[in-house]
Design a protein around this ligand. Structure first.
Ligand code: UDX
Length: 441
């Protein structure tokens, strides 16, 4: 199949590359000349495990190419995926000007039947707007159809999520569109849920909102565990074995971040409002997430007495492991609060340092370090913000020696509280009770 991807950001690049790997002929278009030039030279503008290798393999095979010329991409393809960004506006609603712009661009170049598929996360009814816009600006009057095919890719594991999806959702309005999309996804041998366009748009909102709700639920529960002396890790295990609940997305921590959950949640609250329904549940999910970050700062204060003048070592900046993405990263928000209170921060992240430097440097009391031990140097407290694999094995004697006082806030519950307390650390996790060892006979 000949496929055009319009918008070669995170979603577009991963999707286009994976489609080409399935044997399709894919042309990825983007208006950013620098990005396209970089891709043509074999560079990759984002960090995603396995992506660089997969791009290189498919470029070499001739199935994947890049262009700034949307006209060429559309003209050469039967199916066109819209993958441009939909950033949040001040009021929380999604900014759809990018979608409108590419709809007009596509309209100008529709010269034979095309299936235009929205993949970007968009408010329900965007499909209708795309149809109207293309219809209005199309010069040839050629036949086209709209479909929705939301993505469920997680950063850091996007390629394996693409190859082994739990399901593929396609929102279509004709058998022809259904057949085309099913043909593209057939090699994945997965469940394909077919709905109308609005149904597919809502499935995307609902999936992300539900997952965010699970996280806020477990985070709220972690506060109850802390107050009662229970351990959230055990409680999560206990409820997670119930297949109706399941164990996924029950990891308590300093809150969710990233380019999707915070933005999509806001957008869905806004959409519901516009539809005349107050989705109060989701507002609470958002509030709990904000509170979780504030509570982390309160814990640091409780352990250190005053934050001002204290040296805080930060392990992890990315919003989650295996990505250099710092958009809405809890780490950065917490660091900003600590700096505002007069702390000195020593931060380390395996891949998100360059991005963080751009956002955090000017005039700020922050130093970027070479590893976790460097970040622990003279620290009054270490805060674990991201659960990177490489943070799992730690030489705690070395850390303790480096620190001014052995104080640790384990924001992702990576470590054994009993062991660390026995070593003399003042340890706090998220919802980890009062630290009594589990009794055994
Ligand atoms: C998410 C969705 O999972 C994906 O399907 C969608 O298409 C895009 O948004 P992503 O943002 O890459 O993917 O990350 P995800 O793994 O879902 O984590 C989001 C945030 O939730 C991270 O900050 C993570 O640390 C946090 N999280 C996740 C928790 O705090 N606890 C959990 O149990 C799971």
């Amino acid at each position: 199949m000949k496929i055009a991807i319009v918008g070669s950001g995170y979603v577009g690049l991963v999707t286009g590359t994976c489609f080409s790997d399935l044997g399709n002929e894919v042309i990825c278009a983007d208006s950013d000349n620098d990005k396209v030039e970089l891709l043509k030279r074999g560079g990759v503008p984002i960090y995603e495990p396995g992506l660089a290798e997969l791009i290189s393999k498919n470029v070499k095979s001739g199935r994947l190419s890049f262009t700034t010329d949307i006209r060429k991409a559309v003209a050469l393809s039967e199916v066109v995926f819209i993958c441009v960004g939909t950033p949040p506006k001040e009021d929380g609603s999604a900014d759809l000007t990018g979608i409108e712009k590419v709809s007009k661009d596509i309209a100008e170049h529709v010269d034979s039947y095309k299936l235009i598929v929205e993949k970007s996360t968009v408010p329900v009814e965007t499909g209708e707007w795309v149809r109207r816009t293309i219809g209005k600006f199309s010069k040839s009057g050629s036949e086209f159809e709209i479909a929705s095919n939301p993505e469920f890719l997680r950063e850091g594991s996007a390629i394996s999520d693409f190859i082994n999806p739990d399901r593929v959702v396609i929102g279509v309005e004709s058998k022809r569109a259904e057949k085309l999309l099913k043909e593209i996804y057939e090699p994945l041998n997965t469940n394909i849920v077919v709905t109308n366009i609005k149904g597919a748009e809502i499935i995307k909102h609902a999936s992300n909102s539900f997952l965010a709700t699970k996280i806020s639920f477990i985070n709220a529960l972690s506060n109850i565990c802390e107050r009662t002396g229970a351990d959230i890790e055990q409680v999560a295990e206990g409820i997670g074995y119930d297949s109706r609940i399941n164990k996924h997305f029950l990891k308590a921590g300093i809150g969710f971040g990233g380019s999707c959950f915070p933005k999509d949640l806001k957008a869905f609250i806004h959409i519901s409002q516009n539809l005349g329904y107050d989705f109060g549940l989701l507002k609470e999910v958002e509030r709990i997430n904000e509170e979780q970050k504030a509570l982390a700062v309160e814990k640091i204060r409780r352990m250190l007495w005053n934050i001002s003048e204290k040296v805080i070592g930060v392990w992890g900046l990315a919003f989650k492991p295996n990505t250099d993405d710092i958009r809405s990263a809890p780490a950065l928000e917490i660091i900003e609060r600590l700096l505002d209170e007069g702390a000195r921060v020593r931060a380390y992240d395996p891949v998100a340092m360059d991005n963080s430097k751009k956002q955090l440097t000017s005039g700020k009391n922050i130093e970027f370090c070479s590893d976790i031990y460097d970040a622990a140097e003279n620290a009054d407290c270490i805060v674990v913000m991201t659960e990177w694999n490489e943070f799992k094995e730690v030489d705690w004697d070395r850390v303790k020696d480096a620190m001014t006082q052995p104080v640790l806030l384990d924001g992702r519950n990576m470590y054994d509280p009993v062991k660390l307390r026995e070593m003399g650390f003042t340890y706090e996790g998220i919802g980890r009770g009062r630290g009594e060892p589990v009794l055994s006979l």
